[in-house]
Design a protein around this ligand. Structure first.
Ligand code: AMP
Ligand code: GLY
Length: 461
């Protein structure tokens, strides 16, 4: 029997989008045709597409017209829906632009996407709707420089250490934490004044202490479906040292991460449900897509660090391969606000994801250098019949059109994910798979190690 065809537009070509594309192509129910709106020739995603364009419309900002995207979508006959991977196009209104030409997306429209694109919006929303989980905070805008300085240097001086956050999307570079990025309240105030001068809007919030976890929920405005809990490793170097990155690797365990409690998960899920409802009440548009909460287990309960309005990268590389249920249904039911009709199952496995990144990443990455791949080794490590093995995702790499060589794009290059019943075995699998790639690359050896787990356990002792 032939399967019904689903035509899906996929915007972007990083590791997260490779994971999305793979999950779609695994569908047992549908013959999936992926139409890629890309900005680089990522060969492994291209392999999965029916058609694609490489576009120059890549800096998605306030004034983006999205004409190229609309034209691309309109030329696909009977397109079923679109999936927008990254935060920039979502924040700039790609979903609204596609709606104008009659295409629905798995991703939020611009207003609900403020959950990620405005940190102040989210803090105020939780406060207004009496949702637990906020630290102490205050939003500031241009014109409030004097109050800002007084708040940082006097009002909170004896009360708490603080974090300065640019209100908008900054690619992970807009957060400054006392003790990490600055020491005294005065130094923090200076940073805050600089940010306010540049961006006009910021949040000052209490510094929270404890281990962090990511909880990604598929949301349709009415129902949320939580994915397994995952922990990211944002620092560039071993031992959680060095600058913050998009995420050097991520881990998950069967059932849950060992350094959080079931109560933490229940509180994070409850918070996410309330926030989803509050978004609609506040702005009159429902949230459809991924509500990706960064949470912290603190001595005073589960606290919200931030929400993102998309799949995490690398979190998607852990979560999507664990999805047993049909990914096409999951995304399409969310679009049609029918998630309450779905039962979603996951493989109850441990995962260890590690990103290979270019030398110099994140500040001064080498680019356009060649990476070689030992495909035989990767074939040996493929998932076995018990669903133990390795999945590989290509991210910021591209195929040189003249030589066919794989080249570095400059951001995180290739993600490998070890999947196993046993966490230690999952780590070993990831470490083996890493060896399949040669080039000017590095990765974090310690992700998945006992030492790092113990360090996170110690934070809650
Ligand atoms: P964000 O971009 O909001 O996820 O922040 C980046 C990182 O900064 C988080 O993963 C945390 O490690 C840290 N961070 C953000 N907000 C806080 C906070 N209120 N207390 C402590 N650390 C924080
Ligand atoms: N894992 C970090 C992010 O996707 O923002």
């Amino acid at each position: 029997m032939t399967k019904p065809v689903k035509k899906i537009l996929l915007l972007a070509n990083g590791g997260r989008e490779h994971a999305i594309a793979k999950s779609l192509k695994k569908s047992a129910k549908y013959e999936v045709e992926i139409y890629g709106f890309f900005n680089a020739r990522n060969p492994k995603i291209i392999e999965l597409t029916k058609e694609f364009v490489i576009t120059t419309e890549r800096n998605f900002g306030e004034d983006t017209q999205f004409e190229a995207l609309q034209n691309f979508a309109q030329n696909i006959e009977n397109l079923d829906f679109a999936i927008i991977g990254p935060d920039d196009p979502i924040g700039a209104g790609a979903v609204n632009a596609l709606l104008k030409v009659g295409v629905k997306s798995f991703a939020p429209t611009q207003k609900p996407a403020q959950l990620e694109s405005s940190k102040g919006f989210t803090r105020s929303l939780l406060q207004k709707y009496n949702i637990e989980g906020n630290p102490e905070f205050r939003n500031f805008v241009t014109g409030e420089e004097t109050e800002l300085e007084k708040y940082c240097t006097t009002d909170i001086l004896e009360k708490f250490k603080f974090v300065v956050k640019d209100d908008g999307l900054c690619g992970g570079k807009g957060v400054f934490v006392q003790g990490d990025h600055f020491e005294t309240h005065e130094e923090g105030a200076k940073i805050a004044l600089d940010i306010l001068a540049k961006s006009g809007k910021l949040v000052i919030e209490e510094k929270l202490e404890g281990p962090e976890f990511s909880l990604l929920c598929i949301a349709d405005g009415k129902t949320i479906i939580p994915m397994p809990t995952i922990a990211d490793h944002k620092r560039a170097f071993d031992g959680d040292k060095g600058p913050n990155t998009g995420g050097m690797g991520t881990i998950s365990f069967p059932n849950k991460l060992p350094f959080i409690t079931n109560e933490n998960i229940e509180e994070a899920v409850a918070m996410t449900k309330k926030v989803m409802k509050a978004v609609e009440e506040e702005i009159g548009e429902r949230f459809c897509g991924v509500m990706y909460g960064g949470f912290m287990r603190t001595k005073t309960g589960t606290k919200l660090i931030e929400y993102n309005a998309r799949f995490g990268d690398p979190e998607a590389l852990n979560a999507l391969p664990l999805l047993k249920s049909d990914a096409v249904d999951l995304f399409e039911y969310a679009i049609h606000q029918k998630l309450d009709e779905l039962t979603v199952e996951y493989h109850n496995k441990a995962t260890v994801c590690k990103y290979l990144v270019p030398e110099g990443y994140p500040t001064n990455s080498v680019k356009h250098k060649t990476v070689t791949v030992d495909q035989e080794l990767l074939d040996e490590l493929q998932l076995d019949k018990n669903y133990n093995g390795v999945e590989v995702f290509y991210a910021s790499v591209y195929e040189d059109e003249n030589t066919g060589e794989l080249k570095l794009g400059g951001s995180r290059s290739i993600g490998v994910v070890g999947i196993h019943d046993d966490f230690k075995e999952a780590k070993k699998l990831a470490d083996k798979a890493i060896k399949a790639f040669s080039g000017p690359l590095f990765y974090r050896k310690d992700i998945g190690s006992e030492e790092l787990l113990e360090a996170r356990m110690a934070m809650v002792a």
